[in-house]
Design a protein around this ligand. Sequence first.
Ligand SMILES: [Ca+2]
Ligand SMILES: [Ca+2]
Ligand SMILES: [Ca+2]
Length: 707
Amino acid sequence: MTRSVKSLFAAAGVALVAVASGASAPAAVPPLSLAVPAAPAALASDRIYFVMPDRYANGDPSNDTGGVTGNRSVTGYDPSSTGWFHGGDYKGLTGTCTDPVHGLARIKNLGFNAIWVTPPVVNQVSQGDSAGYHGYWGIDFTRVDPHLGANQDFADFATCAHSLGMKVILDVVPNHTGDIIQPGGGSTYSDVPYRDCNGKVFKPAVYVGKSTFPCLKASTMPRPPFVFPGQAQIKKPDWLNDPTNYHNRGDVDFSSCSQTCYEQGDVFGLDDLFTEKPAVVNGLAQIYSDWIVKYKLDGFRVDTARHLNAGFWRLWIPKLRAAAASVGVKDFSIFGEAPVSDSIELSTYVRDRGLPSVLDFTFRDVADAYASGSSSAVAILHRLQDDDYFRMPDGVEPTPATFLGNHDQGRAAFMIRQAGGGLSGDALLKRVLLGYTLLYFLRGAPTVYYGDEVGMIGSGGDKAAREDMFPTQVADWQIEERVGSPPIGKGSSFDVTTNPIELELKQLGALRDAHPGLSTGWSIVRYAKGTVVVVSRIDPASKRELVAVFNNGAAPASARFATSTPSAIWSQLHGSPVPFAPPRSDAAGVVTVPVAATTAVLLEAETPIPVSPPAKPKLVVKGDPLSSLWAATATVAGTAPVSVAFLVKRATGPWRRLDVDTSPPFRGFVEPAKFKKNERVKIVAIARALDGRTATSAVVPFRVRTR
Ligand SMILES: [Ca+2]
Ligand SMILES: [Ca+2]
Ligand SMILES: [Ca+2]
């Protein structure tokens, strides 16, 4: 996003607040200021490189064993086995800060402007047949794990990243700590009610957001906690050593768990914090505010977000934002991990629970399937349409972090190979490249897992997807197949500088820089049929239209579709066939574009979208077939892009915004739970053109029945 766009939107946002809170506007007339879309989320312009520092580069061999000596269960160090520390650290990740083939400068050079690192905090060294190399078993949250370096090494890392213009996004785990507390009487989940220290039954949810909480006794908790000798004071800060600050119910049973069980059970034995307690919320706010302030962090990726209680986010996040603002970070980004397979379910983390954004697991499903050739274009259409469920009264475009694979489920190439029923060689490479065009040409913050750019495929999820960038001592990884490059053998992946994936990522990153519409633009699906899906990205500031044409078929294709830019020549920014005669749209905006097999073409109109006053929206309210919400749907005639704001008014009080939708179909949702049963309200839709002219629909009276 350019500075001018941001200030334009910001000015509109100020006006919006003034009208919404003022008493001067007559309530009968919907205030046009509510029709103005909000500024894009900061995340929209980020391109994130996701790295596990233990596996990236070893800048300091003296810290490999974490400062202790002994066998691997004591040191955690065994570079020949996949589940242990391998020696990477923050010094290695940072590098010299200037060398373009190593360290952070390399990551910048690959086209990224943000880096997400797995949790750097001190982990439990080992547990069973694995070590805490990944960071998700925190026990001392006040400092950097000694295997990864000293606090100063992390500070140098953050300083270098910022000097290169890269954001630092920290992976944080407010849900649990490492597994120190043991459940009394067995580890299966117990749903007996909580009792206070006097034996009185209580419901924790009642106390969320309050300043007091019932007194607790460890001995009367559902699974009375105990710790092994020598571990009672092992956690930092000290409040983490109080066993009544944990749920103590035993393990989540992933095959038959209720929502409460997800929230209060231990994930694989990890100590689940009692996040309904004010002391825990405040303690977690202090821990993570300290990290933000100390290192001027730019955002958090929140682990295990599915396992935190609904009220937690609205208490915790404002404290983090305040900490960030105190060091001048005004647009602190937060996205959570909720690995669900249904978009509407995923949207509830934003809609109902108050997470600002999410990792887009459902987009990953459809993007991998489409890229692999195993699903049709319609799956992409449906996922983009489902963005409406993520649209909120703040009017900010939904901005998930998008990805094709990760450290838990498997690498991008592995996921696409699986979705395609076992691809390899050039066939797999083409499809992986197609997958990355989906990430970079469609909305969201493209997030690439380290090593994917040098062709790592891996052989599964978790430990099988966490290869070393430096010369690996894991025998299987030396001979593992890669895409676009030969197996690495005993070599270093930093010497792989011409893999087609890394070359493509550089180009795609440069395209996002040169064409902000790819990051912050509106999305309009123009065509979705068979193997071809076409999406326009509209930059509302420049009024310039970009068109991305994707073809996952094994044969060339061509698509004829409507645009908002009539009588224009379209220049080709990316893709094949090249060169082809620049297509020209007709007087109605219709254009025909050829696209080679298994690739994507990106075009930009050489002339801006002509502006015209919007047509009056036609508004209908009816039950949403996919959810328990009421859908207000507006149709707006004409080909020019518009945003549509949906407003609701109760019998008394001002008009309030349901959302602003920039992407047809235009919808706003009325949630029955937020109204009285059978409450009578009024609903209106305001269409707004790129030049700010508006048209308001008829006011539709509506009775909010339960569904
Ligand atoms: Ca090291
Ligand atoms: Ca929990
Ligand atoms: Ca829509």
